[in-house]
Design a binder for this molecule. Sequence first.
Ligand SMILES: NC(=O)c1ccc[n+]([C@@H]2O[C@H](COP(=O)([O-])OP(=O)(O)OC[C@H]3O[C@@H](n4cnc5c(N)ncnc54)[C@H](OP(=O)(O)O)[C@@H]3O)[C@@H](O)[C@H]2O)c1
Length: 324
Amino acid sequence: MILLLGASGYLGRAFADELRRRGYGFIPLTRRALDYGDFSRLFNYVRKVQPEFLINAAGYPGRPNLDACESAHELALSANTLLPQTIARVCLMTHTAWGHVSSSGIYTGAKVFDHGVLLLEKDLNQPRLRQRLAEQPEFVRGFTEGDAPNFTFRDGWCNFYNGTKALAEEMIRGVGRSYLWRPGILFSEQDEPRNLLTRIQQYPKVYDSINSLSHAGDFARACLNLWEREAAFGVYNVVNPGVISNREVVEMIQRILKPQRQFEFWKDEREFYHFGARAPRSHCLLDITKLLNTGEEMRPVTEALEDTLHHWHAASPPAALAAP
Ligand SMILES: NC(=O)c1ccc[n+]([C@@H]2O[C@H](COP(=O)([O-])OP(=O)(O)OC[C@H]3O[C@@H](n4cnc5c(N)ncnc54)[C@H](OP(=O)(O)O)[C@@H]3O)[C@@H](O)[C@H]2O)c1
């Protein structure tokens, strides 16, 4: 039996769907049923039910977005750093194997070959780098699991949400029999607030950034496969390979979903941070060679996005809008 924490959330539901598809018995534990952030309660519960694996898909990414974490420090720290630390201690003491959902957002930028040397470029959106990515993508490399995160409290420049995620990795990395899975920005077929494809369609203006993305179902499947095939415990980047900009995602949405609205873009970073966002965002690329070397296959990001949009389930319009 598998214990799933955060099953009511966006990624938690993706894990629950995948577990159901595989016919696994699992307990989708909610905070309402058990305050799993409390060490003694979780310890006694895990000792009692003895799960063969525990998945931590719980956390606080901010509502409606990570800007909310800037004014909810205690909540973000408790859900994103202290909770994984508590789970790590419980799993260590009960010899339970487990996996934790981390984030690609603990990095910003990518690594770029310059005269044969790999240099760190922190700003993926600078025109020179965007041109390089378009013309010579083979000269740009994502961060590997061995690269130190560079968008953390230690770096002095990050947002509070990603700071708490990086701190969690620092505290639990290498503790017990654990996986640290790093997704990129998540998307899926279901129209809902956490989904990148929903957010892009709802933003008044889109910021044309580049990021590694993960299809939520592909992510859950790959994470479970790592455990099932007994891959070595440790950190794994789990994203759909390839590079795509938000502008290209918008073009795909226009071509496939044919929405009524026109899309506008923030002119530049200055305008975006003045009107569209409060806390700094990370924009980064992750390398998944380590994941692929375990035998896992990941669809290229453009293929995954195309397929997702062709199977798009639009949410029903809110009742107030549907009424005459
Ligand atoms: N969405 C993304 O694009 C993305 C990208 C990278 C990483 N992640 C990470 O993936 C994990 C899940 O994200 P998500 O998008 O699925 O979030 P979500 O939809 O908000 O779900 C998170 C779940 O965590 C549980 N939880 C436990 N403590 C909480 C607290 N103090 N405040 C709020 N919720 C709490 C809640 O479940 P119960 O109350 O029912 O137990 C909630 O349903 C997080 O660790 C997040 O950092 C998300």
